[in-house]
Design a protein around this ligand. Structure first.
Ligand code: TEU
Ligand code: CA
Length: 553
């Protein structure tokens, strides 16, 4: 089978299984829950689902710690359920991409367990294990990980060995230098592709190659050693190998999650000659409201800077690349109340305005579950309400180094915790939001009566239908996939406007991010209004958070 470009026409909905819908009332979402809502996804109009990990896992990092790649976490369901899910999706012309987490496994994976329990384990070289310094009293080097702790942990049952874990302690990094590890990964890929899966979202894929000197690095505020493990020396080789040996033989797609990425890297990884990945996520726009890419260090949001990041990537990949378009995922706080939107009075208007803005750029758009109804943060009041390992590690760090509490404020910790994205979907306003008939694993949204799917579907002016229309427009007009991108108001502090141009077609997107009326100075002669969130006849005045999509051919 040929590897085609279908990803360019994909409109992808991300499902976080834990929090989607619980059908057996254990407080956890499950695969049957997803299956029961496929008509809802069809109604929205998406044609691809990205499923966050459903593999067997001790769930230290909610499934991003996999203990068996060939089976399903029992509370989520069975392999049979997965087969039904694939079949039911395909019946509706919806593709499925799975999360692929292969920078690390869980420490409960049988390979790692064998390393712990068997001195001569043949799996020792599957992981990155090094002798500690000072007879094992100190770790091999000073690298730090992503969850606010050192990157090394003493290997259980050993005298002076340490293993590398760039994430939680229960997520030991795999040793990609070992060809056997790469063969194992290929087998995992083939297994799921043969079951009918259409591709993968590759978790922290730019971390898989590490510089092999394992020397201490210059100390940094965060991520000491990152120059040794982000975009390591053999990354391109490994990705190309997976492509040649697996992806090339299937009509599948890959999207890489690449942290701290540059345009140059992305061009290389996604270039047609290199054959590594189809597209990648960059996080420049979600880092606009922080410093150094550390989301807990607050920075005042600037719409100008936000627009500049989009402009940079749109233009940067114009000729030889393809963007991913997203404003939320399972690691980000909700976009309602962020990026100059308003959580209260103008929640609906501003969610639509932001939607229009990011959705019609050049690239493949993603919608994170709940985003389509303008879900706000659930309203955490205390860190003890949060389960996420990342939050608890940060709290521990702050308690250890008191000065950090001056930089990382409590409000910020609560507002930007990953768990904000992981609160259960509210399907209706019943006691547990229609998510479950018992108390869910994670705090339910305090605004469930106001923000729920049932209500959105009954209101023809809801955010849901705005997304539905945006999707229709994307599917209908070629200019959206093929056109160039021109920022029409780069200097404006509260309005975003851009034009997409292709042959004789022109599409103009206007989004106000202002709580006031704003004067609009653009020549719109000859354009038809395709979509708007207001009934406003004054073309040159924008209402608060007004969104408009114009077209001319
Ligand atoms: O995320 C990688 C990653 O860099 C984030 O964890 C980031 O550090 C964090 O969100 C900042 O707040 C991926 C997954 O998306 C995430 O859910 C996993 O926890 C992580 O990898 C480890 O697999
Ligand atoms: Ca369940």
């Amino acid at each position: 089978m040929k590897h085609t470009d279908w990803y360019k026409k994909a409109i992808i909905y991300q499902i976080y299984p834990r929090s989607f819908l619980d059908t057996n009332n254990d407080g956890l979402g499950d695969i049957p829950g997803i299956i029961s809502k496929l008509d809802y996804l069809k109604q929205l109009g998406v044609n691809c689902v990205w499923l966050s990990p459903i593999y067997d896992s001790p769930q230290e990092d909610n499934g991003y710690d996999i203990s068996n790649y060939y089976d399903v976490y029992p509370p989520f369901g069975t392999l049979e359920d997965m087969k039904v899910l694939i079949k039911e999706l395909h019946k509706r012309d919806i593709k499925l991409i799975m999360d692929l987490v292969v920078n690390h496994t869980s420490s409960e994976h049988k390979w790692f367990q064998d390393v712990i329990n068997n001195k001569d384990s043949k799996y020792k070289d599957y992981y990155i294990i090094r002798k500690g310094k000072k007879n094992g009293k100190k770790p091999p080097n000073n690298w730090s990980g992503f969850f606010g702790e050192g990157a090394w942990e003493k290997l259980p049952n050993s005298e002076d060995d340490y293993y590398l874990h760039l994430f939680a302690k229960g997520q030991p990094d795999l040793n990609w230098e070992n060809p056997k590890v790469r063969e194992e990964v290929k087998n995992i890929l083939r297994y799921w592709l043969d079951l009918g899966v259409d591709g993968f979202r590759c978790d922290v894929i730019n971390l898989i190659s590490k510089k092999q000197d394992f020397k201490s690095r210059h100390k940094k505020i965060a991520l000491t050693g990152s120059d040794a493990f982000i975009y390591g020396p053999r990354l391109d080789e490994y990705l190309h190998e997976l492509y040649e040996d697996v992806y090339a033989n299937y009509d599948c797609m890959t999207v890489g999650e690449t942290v701290f990425t540059t345009l140059k890297d992305v061009k290389r990884l996604t270039s047609k000659e290199h054959k590594e990945l189809d597209m990648v996520f960059n996080f420049d726009h979600t880092d606009v409201d922080d410093y150094f890419g550390i989301k807990y260090i607050a920075r005042k949001f600037s719409l100008k800077r936000f627009k500049r990041t989009f402009d940079y990537w749109q233009k940067g990949l114009e000729n030889d690349g393809w963007n991913t378009l997203f404003i939320e995922n399972h690691d980000q706080r909700r976009s309602v109340g962020r990026f100059a939107t308003d959580e209260n009075k103008y929640r609906i208007e501003s969610a639509k305005s932001l939607a229009g803005y990011y959705f019609l750029m050049r690239g493949t758009p993603f919608i994170y579950q709940g985003q389509e109804i303008g879900t706000a943060n659930p309203g955490f009041k205390d860190v003890n309400e949060i389960n996420d390992v990342e939050t608890h590690n940060i709290v521990r760090l702050i308690n250890k180094f008191k000065f950090l509490s001056l930089i990382i404020k409590k409000d910020r910790l609560l507002d930007y915790a990953r768990e904000n994205a992981r609160s259960p979907i509210c399907w209706d306003d019943s006691e547990y939001g229609g998510f479950s008939s018992c108390s869910p694993w994670c705090k339910l949204n305090s605004r469930k009566d106001e923000i729920n799917v049932d209500k959105a579907l009954k209101d023809k002016d809801s955010i849901f239908y705005y997304y539905q229309n945006l999707i229709k427009i994307r599917k209908q007009y070629e200019v959206i996939n093929n056109g160039t991108y021109i920022d029409l108001l780069p200097k404006h502090k509260s309005i975003a406007a851009y034009e997409r141009k292709y042959r004789n077609e022109s599409l103009i997107v206007i989004s106000s991010f202002s709580k006031k009326k704003e004067r609009l100075k653009l020549n719109l002669e000859g354009y038809n209004l395709l979509l708007t969130n207001y009934k406003n006849n004054a073309t040159n005045i924008l209402e608060p958070y007004e969104s408009r999509i114009y077209y001319k051919s």
